[in-house]
Design a protein around this ligand. Structure first.
Ligand SMILES: Cc1ncc(COP(=O)(O)O)c(C=O)c1O
Ligand SMILES: N[C@@H](CCOP(=O)(O)O)C(=O)O
Length: 467
């Protein structure tokens, strides 16, 4: 399996190199040069498989010769052995058609653990084969940072620099990052939004000298391996609900478009996905893009769902590439226009291609609170605000055929956002015992302006240069 860049001029790479590279050298994102396809029989054979066996079956075609079957199984067993639920990502039924797929049973209580526990192990495996050191630079609105830090803290040959928007993550999220005092972990609070942090990370990659000197790599969903690992739970859930004989719809609380793009990949591989519902909060660039073709960046509005307070959705580029005819040179031009003007119109092909599978909903604070209460009072489930945004959109999808189950991705544990949950339902979720000492631990992080010079100087002083 080879991977090509969405901007058409970076070299095609194999899985190992794509995992270590993160962003493509032309500023694009890597995607498989074609989608592997499963038959109905292949999917039917996944019934009854454990999560680890499903992961091996789904990811195998993407990995090629980079790992043997045995190595892949060992890494999956180690990654998912750290989850606190035996099903890894259990399904919970809310009513006759609404389901939740709980993705928060990993070490840091958010769906990011599903991919990042594996990615940490992939980095270690691939680096053990070469004389190389990686400098990971990442941007987080709270969850990627804690999951990535947990996955790589203390690992040899890796330093991680994680940028978060100062004051715009929950106290639990911040402490999950800043109380990890391993020498290879560097937290930076940026005076700006998540979009500013993400732009700084991309600028570091796009500085060819800096990127080569420190051998930069990515843990954000710009890294293909992140998305590949997230494809697995779409198969795992749909097969449990009757696939391949029964189509399933998914509602996905969306920010950077990584999680929902993994659902698109599952559909491309043959999973019968009836619909992918993109649920946004009031930072609704994706809703405007899908509903009206208007991808224009607004100012980020802080909400009770801070992990989705995003206006530039990096993985949307992967969708535009695939549904727009895979013309990397044309897309590079379109993206350069967006970067210069902060606005772009989708082409007709992009709009039509996306509308075949995606719909979108913008969920404001009132509807999010109503969904939180609906889950608690109607189904006895205490859910987090991001999952509630997804659920609100799922409940609104009343035009789907009656026999199609709707699965909302529950992306975080309610305790990560306990202030917002308490405001909505009057109950304060407790922190699970495995992270119970979080508020007694010492914190360490730097505060920097959202300036390329300030951040690169900070990284350069602490990172290990190549050679
Ligand atoms: C809890 C939570 N829900 C939803 C999202 C949005 O996911 P994505 O960025 O993959 O669209 C995030 C952040 O990525 C998150 O942390
Ligand atoms: N919500 C995310 C934002 C970064 O998204 P990613 O999936 O591209 O890493 C976060 O929690 O940091």
């Amino acid at each position: 399996m080879k991977y090509v860049s969405t901007r058409g001029s970076a070299p095609a790479l194999g899985f190992e190199d794509v995992t270590l590279a993160g962003l493509a050298s032309d500023g694009g994102l890597y995607v498989p040069e074609s989608w592997p396809a499963f038959t109905r029989e292949d999917i039917a054979a996944m019934a009854g498989l454990s999560y680890v066996d499903t992961a091996v079956a789904v990811m195998r075609p993407f990995i090629g010769g980079a790992l043997s079957d045995e190595e892949l199984r060992e890494l999956c067993a180690a990654a998912y052995g750290r989850f606190s639920h035996r099903a890894v990502t259990p399904l919970v039924q809310l009513d006759h058609r609404q389901w939740m797929l709980e993705l928060f049973h990993g070490p840091t209580l958010a769906f990011k653990d599903v991919a990042l526990q594996l990615l940490g192990l992939l980095f270690e495996k691939f680096l053990s084969r070469r004389e190389d050191h990686l400098t990971i630079v990442g941007a987080t609105s709270g969850d990627t940072g804690s999951a990535a830090i947990d996955a790589v803290a203390g690992r040899a040959k890796v330093d991680i620099f994680m940028l978060h928007p100062d004051g715009r993550v929950s106290d639990v999220q911040r402490r999950q990052m800043t109380t990890v005092l391993a020498p290879n972990v560097h937290n930076i609070a940026i005076d700006g939004s998540f979009d500013d942090a993400q732009a700084l990370v991309k600028a570091m990659f796009n500085d060819a000298d800096f990127s080569a000197r420190f051998n930069l790599s990515a843990v954000n969903s710009i890294n293909w391996a992140r998305l590949m690992a997230q494809v697995v739970y779409y198969f795992y859930a749909a097969v449990r609900l009757g696939a391949p004989d029964r189509p399933v719809a998914f509602s996905v609380p969306t920010g950077n478009f990584g999680d929902v793009f993994a659902g698109y990949v599952a559909s491309k591989m043959g999973l019968p996905v009836a619909r992918l519902i993109v649920a946004t909060n009031v930072n609704d660039i994706l809703h405007r893009a899908l509903a009206e073709g208007d991808y224009s960046q607004g100012t980020v509005i802080p909400t009770a769902t801070p992990s989705m307070d995003i206006q530039v959705s990096s993985n949307f580029e992967r969708l535009l590439f695939d549904v727009g005819g895979r013309d990397g040179i044309a897309l590079a031009e379109q993206m350069r226009g967006f970067e210069a003007t902060k606005a772009m119109r989708l082409t007709n092909a992009q709009r039509e291609g996306a509308s075949a599978l995606f719909t979108s909903h913008r969920v404001d604070a009132d509807r999010m609170n109503l969904a939180l209460r609906w889950a608690y009072e109607g189904a006895g489930q205490v859910i987090d605000p991001h999952s509630a945004v997804g659920l609100a959109a799922a409940l609104a999808a009343d035009d789907l055929p009656a026999d199609v189950p709707v699965v909302t991705l529950a992306t975080a544990h309610a305790a990560k956002f306990r202030d917002a949950v308490e405001r909505a339902i009057g109950l304060r979720p407790g922190l699970p015992s495995r992270i119970g000492t979080l508020f007694d631990r010492e914190e360490s992080y730097a505060r920097l302006p959202a300036s390329f010079e300030a951040v690169t100087a900070y990284v350069a002083e602490r990172a290990t240069p190549r050679g």
